[in-house]
Design a protein around this ligand. Structure first.
Ligand SMILES: [Ca+2]
Length: 399
C-alpha cells in the first residue's frame, strides 16, 4: 500500500520556490511550437495574426476554427488589426499553481493550475482552448492536454482552475512537467508553468493470498483457468489449470517471489516427466516460443524425471542463457506440510530458497527484459501437476 500514499508538498511553497514562470508579461508570448493534433496542419498559418485582433467580435468568431480545419476564416483577421490595442486575442497569466516537487513511484497527485484569461477571446472547449503539455508531451500526464469541461466559458479577465492527475512512473529519476495554454491548432499563448518532480522508488511488496479471484494491489491482471479457490488457497484439479498474474509494473531490477505450497505429493501427483509449477516470465507467452527472444524467466519444475525433488531453471536472456539444477531428489514430502519456495534476483544473480534454507545461486546478468508475469500451476511449456494448493504469493520489487 505504501506506493499509493501521496507525497504532498504545500502548494504555496511550490509556487514560491519551485515553479518557474517564463514567457512574456505584458504581451503573452506566442510560441511558434508545432501543435501536433488533427487540426494542426491547417491552422498553423494563423500564428501571424496574434496582434491583429483589433476587431473583438470578428476575431472571436475566427477562433472557432480551432474545431474544424478551415483556416480561411482565421486568415481574414490576420492583418486587419492594428486597432492600437495591445490586448491580444489569446492571452493568459498563471494565477496559482499546485504541482508536486516529489512523488513516490506509481503515486498519483491531483495538481491544479489556475489561469487568468488576459486575452480578448472567450475560452470554451468547443473553441479548442486547453491547458497543454509543453512540447506536446508530459512524463506524468499521458494526453498532454487538459480540457475545459463542456459548457464552461472563461470570459476575458476570468480565471479557471485546471485539475490534472499526475502519476509518477515506476522508476527512480526526475521528470519535468510543464504547461501552457494552447488554442488548439492556432497557437500556444501566455505564461508557462514548469516543475521538476523528483521520483523516488522504495521497495514494495504485492501479495495475493490466492484464495479468490480478486485482483490485488500491485497486479494489473489475474487470468484464472480452472482450479478451485478455498480459504487454504488455489488448488489445481486438472493438469491444464493455471493462474497467470500480471504485475502492474515490470520488475526491471531486483526482486523476489515467495509462495506457499501445501498438499504436495510427488508420489501420487506426478503425471508426466515434467511439470513447471511456479514460474516468472517477461511476457504472458510462457512457452518455448520465447527461447529465441531476449526474454527472462525462471521455473520450478517437478515431474517423474526429478524423483521426489524438483528442478530450478533460470534464464536472464533467451533460451541459450539458462542455467538449471536438480534439488532434493530424495525428499519425503508430507502433503500436510506447507513448503515455501522463494526466488530472489538482482542484476547479477538469482537465488533459490526452500523453507528458508538456501539452495542455489545461478548467474542472472545480462537481463534486458523485465519480469512481469507469474504462472502458477503450470506455464505453457508442460502440463501441470494436479493436487498442490498454492497460497500467500508475494512479489517484491526493489530498486
Ligand atoms: Ca512537456
Amino acid at each position: 500500500m505504501d506506493r499509493f500514499r501521496h507525497t504532498t508538498m504545500p502548494a504555496l511553497f511550490l509556487w514560491l520556490l519551485g515553479v518557474a514562470l517564463t514567457s512574456g508579461c505584458s504581451e503573452p508570448g506566442e510560441i511558434d511550437r508545432p501543435v501536433k493534433t488533427a487540426h494542426d496542419d491547417d491552422a498553423r498559418g494563423l500564428d501571424d495574426d496574434g496582434d491583429g485582433g483589433g476587431g473583438g467580435e470578428g476575431s472571436g468568431d475566427g477562433s472557432g476554427d480551432g474545431d474544424g480545419d478551415g483556416d480561411g476564416d482565421g486568415d481574414g483577421d490576420g492583418d486587419s488589426g492594428g486597432g492600437g490595442e495591445d490586448t491580444p486575442e489569446d492571452g493568459a497569466e498563471v494565477v496559482a499553481v499546485d504541482l508536486p516537487t516529489t512523488l513516490s513511484c506509481g503515486d498519483t497527485y491531483t495538481a491544479t493550475v489556475e489561469i487568468r484569461n488576459t486575452g480578448l477571446a472567450t475560452w470554451t472547449r468547443a473553441d479548442g482552448y486547453k491547458l497543454g503539455g509543453v512540447d506536446d508531451e508530459d512524463p506524468l500526464y499521458g494526453p498532454a492536454r487538459v480540457l475545459l469541461p463542456d459548457g464552461v466559458t472563461v470570459e476575458p479577465d476570468q480565471t479557471y482552475m485546471f485539475e490534472l492527475d499526475l502519476t509518477a512512473p515506476m522508476t527512480n529519476g526526475e521528470a519535468l512537467t510543464d504547461w501552457q495554454m494552447v488554442h488548439e491548432g492556432v497557437r500556444w499563448f501566455g505564461e508557462t508553468v514548469s516543475q521538476n518532480v523528483v521520483i523516488t522508488c522504495s521497495e514494495f511488496t504485492s501479495c495475493d493470498p490466492l484464495t479468490d479471484s480478486s485482483v490485488h494491489d500491485g497486479y494489473a491482471d489475474k487470468d484464472i483457468r480452472g482450479g478451485s479457490f478455498s480459504a487454504a488457497g488455489w488448488q489445481t484439479t486438472d493438469n491444464d489449470d493455471q493462474i497467470r498474474l500480471e504485475l502492474t509494473a515490470p520488475i526491471a531490477g531486483a526482486g523476489s517471489l515467495e509462495i506457499d505450497v501445501t498438499n504436495f505429493d510427488p508420489d501420487s501427483q506426478y503425471a508426466g516427466e515434467k511439470h513447471q509449477i511456479i514460474n516468472m516470465y517477461t511476457t504472458d507467452i510462457g512457452s518455448q516460443d520465447v527461447f529465441e527472444t531476449d526474454e527472462a524467466w525462471w521455473n520450478i519444475r517437478t515431474g517423474t524425471n526429478y524423483a521426489t525433488g524438483f528442478k530450478f531453471l533460470a534464464a536472464p536472456n533467451g533460451g541459450d542463457s539458462r542455467e538449471e539444477g536438480r534439488f532434493i531428489e530424495d525428499a519425503s514430502w508430507d502433503p500436510a506440510d506447507t513448503h515455501t519456495f522463494r526466488v530472489e534476483w538482482d542484476s547479477a544473480e538469482i537465488h533459490l530458497y526452500l523453507d528458508g534454507a538456501y539452495m542455489e545461486t545461478f548467474g542472472y546478468a545480462g537481463r534486458v527484459s523485465p519480469l512481469q508475469h507469474v504462472f502458477i500451476g503450470k506455464d505453457n511449456v508442460y502440463s501441470g501437476q494436479v493436487g498442490p494448493i498454492y497460497s500467500d504469493l508475494c512479489v517484491t520489487q526493489s530498486f
